[in-house]
Structures are given as structure tokens and as C-alpha cells.
Design a protein around this ligand. Sequence first.
Ligand SMILES: [Cu+2]
Length: 651
Amino acid sequence: MRVANTRRVRQIVLVVLGAVVLLGVNVPPAFSYISEWRREQLINSPEYERAFGHWDTIDVPDDRRVNAIHAALLSSGKVLLIAGSGNKEDMFATRALKSLLYDPTTGQSRMIPVPDDMFCGGQTTLPDGRLLVAGGTQRYERLDGAVTNAAGTMTVKNEDPNAPMVLPAGTVFVSPTGVRYRADAETQLPPAQKSGQGRRTQVVASEEPVFVEAVDPGPGALTTAPGQYRIEGLAPDVARNVYGQGQQMTLRKQDYQGTNKAYTFDPVRETWSQVSDMAFHRWYATLTPMSDGRVLTVAGLDGAGEVLNGQTEIFDPTTNTFSERKDLTRYFPTYPAIFETAQAGRMVYTGANAGYGPAEKGREPGFWDTDTGAFAAIPGMRDPDLLETAGSAWLGPVNDQRLAVVGGGGVGESPRSTGRIDYLDLRDPAPHFTAGPSLPEGVRYPNLVDLPDDTMLISGGSRDYRGKGGTNNHIARLLHPDTGRITAAADPAVGRDYHTEALLLPDGRVLTAGSDPLFDDQQNLVPGTFEQRIEIYSPPYLFRGGGRPTITDAPPTLARGQTATIPTPAPEHIRSARLIKASTATHVTTTDMRSVALDTAPTAGGLSVTVPEEPGLTPPGPYLLFLVDDRGVPSVGSMLTVGPDGPRPRE
Ligand SMILES: [Cu+2]
């Protein structure tokens, strides 16, 4: 084998050198051709794949390529890649709003239009397997210098305690000096709140913010004077109660604005349905699944492009409604990484986040108690000022209650980044971050994926903001939670920076998609192209030979505390059983990814597995059941539903 290869290399060298002489080309390109050929041989060799795994670039037809901003593994085993407008303002303007449904088993795919611009919404999977997407883009940003019409946020008030008010998008507000400003979104005002009786009656007006923009361009609409604005077209008796209060109208940069719309995707019918509006408009919200099946909804930019100041709401999948939790007012930057801990109701914020918010506010990691609203900081994080665009995820089985925080960068368009990996052990009586093995290079936007053998794949990312200066890291590694060390994995061919994601597939491979570089060249001159290629990683465990463990049959549901027998041919060779939640990923926020260790014991004809009792370990929903053998090779995952309430033994 080796001799034959050497002979072939010699032949190639002679052919290439012949061409060099004949055509007079430079010698270095010829050698780079040879070294590339050698590299291809190496990375496709069985020895290499067994040690480092293998990446495959997937050929998606031209008409089915999307700007994958969001990714979700559905209970059907298919992957939904959501673009919405895909960070392309022309797509937003023409309502070319897309998602791609990709079947990793067959390679088939089909485009599904999305009913609203879900670009940069929040997402998670619900207990019944539906995907929830909340918020998205109401309006694109306007950068400094691109703003032609003065604009600002208006507070709209309703003083009528007997009537709600709906002002449609396009409503015109007129300033005290007669300048007209148009609202870009609908405003819904509940009735004013009335308390007391007779002379002691007090009315507190309801109010909502709305972004308004001068109808006419130019400096004539600039103002710094607060004032009351009348609404065009209202009857005089209505206009007495409903009006706007403006602060300043400027030509400053205008941030993206969020919608209050929310939708679910049915993985069986493969259709979108609208659910109730959120209480707030949100762009870059985090949705965290909770052990009771509801969804904690926090953070984002509001309908005026302002960072929300701690407004929290909860989605109930049984009624398909959001309700505000006025008692929960903790402020977070956008896309905060918040996970529910084993102690139901106690959240942990790793400090990782993506996008917006001042550097000095809400960046400290901590525990957040959603019963009391109390927040307790967690000390010890290295590079605490480099947590924007950091990745964080459960490390090993969630039963161990350990988290890893990987990489990250400075706030905003900062060139700074870190290779820090810090660990957090929640079972410690006084939890604090401890130093893990730092990566030799800085990494923003790392994709983290928990694998069935308990290792974590860390892939992609870039050293600078959105891959500036050609700084995409074409590197992947495996983090081993038992030793706390990292080992090399094969290099991905495709660079992934901003707007990128990775998901574990049912067959044990990992799908990566997206990447939204600011520029395509090292000099930062050529505007960036969205990366539309999908690349799939096959970890080393798929190259060990000798076959994979098999799940002959699996129950459609498993409840907390339930023991079930999983028929499998060689139960004595099964080392572990894991339930890995069908995850979603976007903007380094993978709050629903978790691997749950099951207690196991061989039985006649199979393996008995027991789901842990602690509700905080298993938010209900679709999970993949994997059996892993004594060589670390996983079965193909069996999709099943973990329900909130198990069949308890009757007393
Ligand atoms: Cu985004």
C-alpha cells in the first residue's frame, strides 16, 4: 500500500514538473498542488478518520440554498434551517422569507416559505415536538450616515379606562410645531387602569413605545424638545385620550427592530401556524425550555430597536399564549445563554451572549431564580469582558451539572477574542468557574455540540468580529469531560463565523450551516457573502469498524423515573445510554441542547434503562435515545418523547 502510494507520488511529481518546464509556470504552485493532493490522501485514509473523524461538504442544489440563521432538529429527524430574510434587506423588502427542510437520511430537501421574518428570532422545541419561533425582524437597521429622515421613539398613551385602542402601522403623529412622523408598526394599547372611586378615582394611562420616522426627509424634522404629539385622523373625543409623547427625533444610527409575532412549525404536517403575540417585540431573544414544559422568554431589541430592560414572559404550549411575568425584571444583553438547572426554576446564565447591550450591564454570570427573581453572581470567570459571542453548553451528561464556556470576544465590533475554556460545576456547594484548557487561538462564535459518547465537538468560529481579516478558524476539536482535555478533530473545509450553527443528527453525525462574514477578503474591502454550504462531521466513533450497537425497538415515550427495556442484540457490551434533546441552535445560543444519562442494567434480550426523576434534568419534548458500546460507538439515535409526568406506581 505504502510502496504503491510512493510510486504514485513520484509519478505525479514527474508529471507536474514536466508541466512546469513545458508551460513555464512557477514552481511553488506546483508544489502546493502536490501537497494538496497529499493532504487529500491523508484526510481520507482510514487511520486518519479513525483518529480524527471526517467532514463532508453536502451538495445542496442551487435553488435550495438558504442563509441558515437558525437550525433545529425536528422530532421527524429532519433539520429545519430558517433564513427568514437571511440578513438581506432586499429579501426583507420583497418578503422572500425562506426555510429549508433537509432530511439528513435521504439527502432530500425542500424549501418552505416562512410567514413572517423570523431572521434573528428566538427558538426552541416544545413538549409535543412543535418548534416555537418567537420574534424576528420588524425593520432593518440604518447605519450612521444612511439615516435621511429624523426618527425616534414615541410613547403612545391611552387614558381611556373603558376602551382599548389599536393604531395601525402608518399612523401619523403631528408634533407641536406641525411636523408629521409616521409609525412603522401597529400599536396595541389596553384600556387605562382605573382605581378608587368618586373623587379618589385615579386613572393611569396605558402606554406603549413605537418607533416613528419623519414623513419628509431633511433637518426640518430634527428636534430635541419633548412634547405631546396629536394623532392624525382621530375624532376629537378619542384624541383627548390617545396621543403620543415624543422625546427627540434624530438622524442617529437606527438598530434592528423586533416583532412580537410567534409561530410554531408542525414537524408532521410540515406547516407553520401563528400563535398569540408576545407581550413585547423581540429581536435576539432567548427561549429557554423549562421542566414544566413552558418556555422562558427573555431579552432582545424591542419594536423601537432599544435593548429590552428585563421584561420577561413565559410561553404556555397548552394554551399557545405568552404571559408577562412582571415580577421578573432581570436585565440581560441580547441572546443570553440561560439554562434551567437540575433544581427546577433555578436558571443559570453563563454570561455568554450575542449582539447588543452596553458593556457594563448584565454581563456577569449568575444564578437566576424564576420563583423569587433573585440573582446571585457566579465568580471566577477568566476574561469576563470577552463573553459576547462565546459558546456555552452542558459538558457531558446534564446529570453531572457541569457547563463549559468556550471563547468569546469583546463587546460590539471588537477585534479582541479569547480561547478560554472555563468550567462550572453546579454540584459544588459554592459554584465558581475553574480554568479548563485554553485554545491556542481566540474564537468567537464557536459551535458546541454534545455527542453521545459524552465528548463535546467544538468547531469553527473566527478570531475577529465576523471573520474580519480572513480570520475564520478552520479547526475542530473534541473536549473530553472525564479528563477535561481537548484532542484534535479533522479540520472542517468551510469556515463558520457569525450566524452559524451546528446540530447533532440522529445517526450520530453533526451538521453545520451558516456563516455571515462582514468581508470576503483579508483586506476587508469586498463585502461578505453568506456561506450557504452545509458540512457534516462524522466523529471518530463512526470509523471504529465492527458495527454499531442496535436499538431493535424503542418506546414512543419515556417518562421521568420510568424504567423500560430496550431490546438490543448484545446488552453486555453497552457501556451507557443517553437521551439527547432534539436541539435548536442560533447565535451561539443552544439553550435546549442536553444529554441525559440513564441508569442501565442488562436484562434478558435487552437493556433496562431508567430516566432520572429530577424534573430539571429533562424538560419535556423530543429526545434521541442512544446506546453506546464499550468501544464508545453509539447506536443510531431513536427519536422518542420524554413526557413531564411518568406513570407513577399506584399506592
Ligand atoms: Cu443575528
